[in-house]
Design a protein around this ligand. Structure first.
Ligand code: NFE
Length: 476
């Protein structure tokens, strides 16, 4: 018998995501036979920006999300630097990377220990933990106790990573130091020393706790190397520029199709957003440089506030696995567990790179080149957020913003069906997943969490699932 179930909302993510699945028995195996990812929130940041001074963009777009405000600040200033045709000083390049890198490290630690591990680790029998979700537990008591102690330790470590973000960024969340033409903070020696002190604690935690814990998880749950593959297409915009011309990066730009190990160059013009199944006014799939966001709800056939971004008309997964794959650092496979492993290895790669960068700062050097706001311009800024490829596109008319479009990582990963009916990456990742207990489809939750969705970033009203069994899973 076919069962329809909804995780509504999916807990332990940011924002409001509803995943509705159909479970049926095929060839004697109970499994997911259909999936819909529903972004249940309209935000309208693009509309807020119209008519504003372009230099407001980084401050406003950082407010899209409290988890990855830094990446939005970065995308906005790269966009504005391009529009204003200004080159930033080396110090600004480094401080932008240090603030962004600290946020990546914080976000990855948050994601594994606080958002994903509770899908596998047995928590204490007290709220907000949910004892009746004790399904498919494979750790010994000693391993479980150790992982729980790391959960608690991660709370402190993540705060320290946030403090690092604030050293040069000014504050967390929404660091105000990002500005077109450079950065507002100066790299005083005591800031450099303090940043190094935090790295002395963070790097050993990633090496000795985070990575071993993820490797232990992957050894205990090897079946998750074959669950949750998804569309098999991976894309990265690249991040952590190593020179002010943007010609080299710590993590490269590129894309691959269907699990290929041969990385292709990225052509930004191949990006379009489909809206057939989204609560936006119908029209042809548009590149964000000419994109529009006119909400329309209700709308026949639509089921999400997310548009459906496509590259060359194909769905693409973005995130740490895509970055590490495109950069040649991790090409073992595409699955739930590969996402966790590549995220942990990337965390160490970034933390170690930050050690070099911070020591390259010049306390006496410039941090800012003053730009002029042009009468008209079009530009884009591509970077990476912890959850994947992030792009901002703008148009300036009469020195004001006349168009602003954002495509966030979660919009790629949680996209609904497109004009051709192709499912989005998470929707595809759930198809065929065996479900042992349809009342507690933990397998589905584990796959969703491996993508680390953030709907606040992706949507731009929560509607309870209709006719579906609503499933809620604890540690909210
Ligand atoms: Ni709100 Fe974000 C990241 C961005 S996800 S967390 O990382 O952009 O869409």
């Amino acid at each position: 018998m076919k069962i329809t179930a909804a995780f509504d909302p999916v807990t332990r993510i940011e924002g409001h995501l509803n995943i509705t699945i159909d479970i049926d028995t095929v060839n004697g195996v109970r499994q997911v036979v259909d999936a819909k990812a529903v972004g249940g929130l309209f935000r309208g940041f693009e509309k807020i920006l119209i008519g504003r001074d372009p230099r407001d963009a980084q401050h406003i777009t950082e407010r899209i999300c409290g988890v990855c405000p830094v990446a939005h600040g970065m995308a906005a200033v790269k966009n504005l630097d391009a529009a204003f045709e200004v080159t930033i000083p080396d110090n600004a390049l480094i401080m932008r990377n240090l603030v962004n890198g600290s946020n990546f490290v914080e976000s990855h630690i948050l994601h594994f220990f606080l958002l994903s591990a509770p899908d596998f680790v047995e928590g204490p029998a007290m709220p907000p933990w949910q004892a009746d979700w004790e399904v498919d537990r494979r750790f010994s008591k000693a391993e479980n106790d150790l992982l729980m102690s790391h959960y608690v330790q991660a709370l402190t470590i993540r705060r320290k990573a946030d403090q690092m973000t604030a050293i040069f960024g000014g504050k967390v969340p929404h660091p105000p130091a990002y500005i077109a033409g450079g950065f507002t903070c100066t790299p005083r020696q005591e800031r450099i020393d303090l940043f190094n002190d935090f790295l002395d604690e963070l790097i050993p935690f990633i090496q000795n706790v985070y990575i071993p814990d993820v490797e232990l998880l992957s050894a205990k749950y090897p079946d998750y190397f074959s669950f949750g593959r998804g569309c098999g297409n991976l894309m990265a915009f690249g991040v952590f520029d190593l020179d002010t011309a943007g010609s080299s990066r710590l993590l490269a730009r590129g894309h691959i199709e269907n699990g290929s190990r041969s990385v292709q160059a990225l052509d930004v013009n191949q990006i379009t957003e489909h809206v057939t199944h989204s609560w936006f006014q119908d029209g042809p799939a548009l590149n964000p440089a000419s994109g529009v966001s006119i909400p329309q709800n209700p709308k026949d056939g639509a089921y999400s506030w997310l548009k459906s971004p496509r590259y060359n008309n194909l769905p693409y997964e973005v995130g740490p696995l895509a970055r590490m794959w495109v950069n040649g650092d991790y090409q073992k496979g595409i699955s739930t567990m590969d996402r966790h492993l590549s995220r942990a290895y990337e965390c160490l790669k970034i933390a170690e790179a930050m050690r070099t960068w911070v020591n390259n700062l010049n306390p006496a050097g410039a941090v800012y080149n003053q730009p002029t706001v042009p009468q008209t311009a079009t530009a884009y800024g591509l970077t990476e957020a912890p959850r994947g490829a992030l792009g901002h596109w703008l148009e300036i008319s009469a020195r004001k913003l006349s168009r602003y479009q954002v495509i966030s990582p979660t919009t790629w990963n949680c996209a609904p069906r497109d004009d051709a009916g192709q499912l989005g990456p998470i929707e595809q990742a759930l198809l065929g997943t065996p479900v042992e207990n349809p009342d507690k489809p933990i397998e589905v939750m584990r796959i969703i969490h491996s993508f680390d969705p953030c709907l606040d970033c992706a949507t731009h009203l929560i509607q309870p699932g209709k006719g579906a069994k609503i499933i809620r899973m604890g540690v909210c």
